[in-house]
Design a protein around this ligand. Sequence first.
Ligand code: ARG
Length: 420
Amino acid sequence: MNEALAVARQKVVLAYSGGLDTSVAIPWLRETKNLDVVTVTVDVGQPVDLDGVRAKAAESGAVASYVADARREFAEEFVLPALRANALYEGVYPVSTALARPLIARHLVAAARREHAAYVAHGCTGKGNDQVRFDLSTTSLAPELGVIAPAREWKMNRDEEVAYAAAHGIPVAATRASPYSTDENLWGRSIECGILEDPAVEPPEEVYAWTRSPLEAPETPAYVRLEFEAGNPVALDGVRLPFVDLIARLNRVAGEHGVGRIDHLESRVVGIKSREVYECPAATVLVKAHQGLEALILPRDVLEFKRSVELRYASLIYDGLWFSPLKAALDAFVTSTQERISGEVSMKLYKGSAQIAGRRSPYSLYQAGLATYSSGDRFRPEMAEGFIYVWGLPARTWAAIGPDAAGAEAPKPRVARPHH
Ligand code: ARG
């Protein structure tokens, strides 16, 4: 390679985990696409040795490498809005993996601008959701950047990748590969592949790492007291904590009690049904507590409408549309619902379950004088009769003129019928 060409080579910023796929991607991008590779590794709470990762990036042929501890940023700018929206994809999955992708994409774009790179790249395959999230997040933030997904293009299987790595001097961990594919961050851990691909089979105990089996969880329940201010969790058991630390603590105590295991028959963006197992102890407890506080504070119509927004919010995160006008608009709605969501929720953690034990708020719509069946009742039952008369008027009128009305003949349809 002559000097002039080497100088002219363009750069690509690669989302780098330090694993086999993204390590092999470094020489592959150089050889196949003639690009200099800059790696970016973002700590969102996965087990990662940032120094080790930088060393491995260099060994694998990267020209530069960035690492960032983005745990706080992830918690406050990505997890928190999702929690305020009680975001559960298909009603069960707290979108943990999905939430980290737009954050990583934002770091990729920032590095690409610093490095004057023309492309970003990621290690996703062509069958999953993550490629959709990386591609869409990147192009929404930086339409001028190209996106390359080496694993979508190369036709290598695992053995071929190992051979490719060996041929390029990339160290490969000697441990036998686990049958499972996992992804982790503060908000949860996902497990797929292996025996989990058979949805008829119960997930074996060995897939879990964050949660104890409910069978082996302590015999005595634990109570955790969560304090919210304007929709945000601010304290755990009376101790004010940054959200990122509150999540970490809650993951430990709830995981200890077997809380947060989720077995999801999931509908992927790309049309595939897949079986995914998650461990999301803190997310499970926090969403339940937050919903429980909202139930105390928000009127019925707001709660009902918010449920539909929540489903949509979870889907758009799942679908890779974090940086979209719909997300911004739904945020405005959610924020306006959270103003009064302040108070305290006590959660009981016991053998895999998380239940609300008690809740209170200065904005509680629950009024003892209205709800009670004992003395002190302020409700005026004589008003109920008139209310029911008006409330039921349309239904009563409908029934009175219909074919089922007692003794009534169905009115003859007035429409002209064709006759022969
Ligand atoms: N099915 C989950 C999701 O789409 C988890 C994906 C896990 N990703 C991974 N690269 N292992 O959010």
